[in-house]
Design a protein around this ligand. Structure first.
Ligand code: TXA
Ligand code: MG
Length: 333
């Protein structure tokens, strides 16, 4: 049985004790729920891959309560410090050279000589991280390849009984994962669009590389976790629709097309509201669409700016051709 913990002092203390003892505990962040493990405990880290059913060892992000705690494990460049000062706590992950003396388990970094670090934005998760007092590795708290969770109920839908606890911090305010920025190469490179926009990063540190190929973002060999099929509902997803078939559900944005089963990401066309509602919308249309015997989900276009980059990235992955049939799909995170 997975314990459901309230995000109060007692719940946070219990989640911290479980993590320190090597158990797995999920918790909300401002982006999505994370499946936490003590990053210095390789058995706990290995258990994360097992619980998620993750087929290979993609590197995990290490979470810290404060920037200075992160800098004990990675070597921050000047741009890294500037970005951290501007966006932490918040939805930005920095990939930096790992310090050789870091106690983070090699498995957490998938054996790379780099480490992804972030200071998440919710007060409750920072209290938790302070109480743990160690780096916490946390991928999104979903089974591999499935839609990321933005509520404790989403976490339980996939992982109930497989993890010790979930700290219920309520719905995630940002709703898409953190932006992953690689600062180890000659030019900063955007590996995953996310909660901090490319525009905001470029305003601070100048142009960054962003490698898009055929609608799929490729981070190069340094980013083994960026696979095309990901965030996949059971129903197929069709992008950029301008009409809805009678046997399709509609993921709308702005003025909705007429449809039988509609989830509007944002009637007002607000990208922040849309990001916050994206994964809940995909889950809802998937569940109800299956119940109604619908054939797929049609998604209306979302503008490719600001948080629209992250939303479109997740939608393209949800729509990518499946390598094998659900539910035993491999390849996502
Ligand atoms: O918002 C988030 O980032 C959430 C919350 C829980 O913090 N976490 C999350 O973790 O999305 P995950 O494991 O689903 O995604 C981590 C991404 C993967 O694409 C992985 O390949 C990349 O970060 N990554 C991690 N370490 C890396 C490294 N050393 N070099 C390059 N990419 C790395
Ligand atoms: Mg994930």
């Amino acid at each position: 049985m997975t314990e459901i913990l309230a995000a109060d002092e007692a719940g946070i203390a219990r989640a911290a004790a479980l993590l320190r003892a090597g158990a797995l505990a999920a918790f909300g962040t401002e982006t999505v729920y994370g499946l936490g493990a003590d990053a210095t405990n390789s058995r706990a880290v290995a258990a994360v891959f097992t619980a998620k059913g993750r087929p290979h060892f993609n590197p995990l992000i290490c979470h810290f309560a404060e920037p200075d705690a992160a800098w004990m494990h990675v070597l921050p460049s000047a741009p890294a410090r500037r970005l951290a000062a501007a966006f932490w706590p918040g939805p930005l992950t920095l990939v930096l050279p790992r310090r050789p003396e870091s106690a983070v388990a090699l498995l957490a970094g998938a054996g790379l000589d780099t480490l992804a670090v972030r200071v998440p934005g919710l007060a409750s998760v920072r209290q938790l991280l302070t109480a743990v007092g160690r780096p916490v590795a946390a991928p999104s708290a979903n089974r591999s390849g499935k839609v990321s969770p933005t509520s404790a109920a989403h976490v339980l839908a996939g992982l109930d009984g497989l993890i010790a606890a979930v700290l219920d911090t309520g719905p995630c305010p940002v709703g898409v994962e953190s932006t992953v920025l690689d600062l180890t190469g000659p030019q900063p490179s955007l590996l995953r669009p996310g909660g901090v926009t490319r525009e905001a990063i470029e305003a601070l540190i100048g142009p960054i590389g962003f490698n898009v190929r055929g609608g799929e973002i490729t981070g190069g060999p340094r980013s083994p976790g960026l696979l095309a099929t990901h965030y996949a509902p059971h129903l197929p997803v069709r992008l950029d629709c301008d009409a809805v078939a009678s046997d399709e559900a509609l993921l709308a944005f702005g003025d909705a097309l007429p449809g039988r089963l509609v989830f509007n990401l944002s009637k007002a066309g607000d990208l922040e509201e849309a990001a916050a509602r994206l994964f809940a919308g995909l889950r809802q249309l998937d569940a109800e669409g299956l119940r109604w015997g619908l054939r797929g989900i049609a998604a209306m276009p979302v503008p490719e700016r600001g948080l629209g980059l992250a939303i479109n990235d997740r939608l393209r992955r949800a729509a990518a051709p499946r390598r094998c049939k659900a539910p035993a799909r491999s390849g996502g995170q």
